[in-house]
Design a protein around this ligand. Structure first.
Ligand code: FES
Length: 103
């Protein structure tokens, strides 16, 4: 049986605004909150050529070749076949918990 890895990101109340930069296992992510109130981690590495993803206005943005990504689900706004890898986040007893690896 496979046990999914769980990492406590801290109390949900401790995050005042999103996206929040989070590093897990030496890997950078943006922690986002969707309009439905769900949380997820979006990998902060561009799927195009590895640029450093950062927030810009309402989207996530790669400064290398200017691809932009939906800041809730990581879909690429330039190429619908591309998206940011992501990691599931659940809320347990008021804490945000990253579950499993990114996919
Ligand atoms: S590396 Fe991000 S758009 Fe090219």
């Amino acid at each position: 049986m496979t046990v999914l890895q769980e990492i406590d990101l801290g109390s949900a109340d401790s995050f005042a605004a999103f996206p929040v930069e989070v590093t897990l296992e030496h890997t950078p992510y943006w922690l986002v909150r969707t309009s439905e109130g769900e949380y997820r981690l979006l990998l902060a590495i561009c799927p195009h050529a590895g640029g450093e993803i950062r927030p810009m206005n309402d989207v996530l943005f790669c400064p290398l070749h200017f691809w932009t990504f939906n800041a809730e689900n990581g879909t690429c706004l330039n190429d619908p076949d591309e998206r940011l890898m992501q990691r599931k986040v659940v809320v347990k007893e008021g804490h945000l918990i990253a579950v499993g690896d990114h996919y």
